[in-house]
Design a protein around this ligand. Sequence first.
Ligand SMILES: [Zn+2]
Length: 45
Amino acid sequence: MEEQLKCLHCGFEYKMATDAKKGLHERVCPRCKSNSVRRLPDKKE
Ligand SMILES: [Zn+2]
């Protein structure tokens, strides 16, 4: 399962696989290393 994430700092959007076994984890933008990352709502078309 993947979730769509967007960095609020630089606006970079990316997908990251979720790992339920690891539980909560810090989401860090791969571009600017900011942790101001939010999950975007799923788009069901
Ligand atoms: Zn960023």
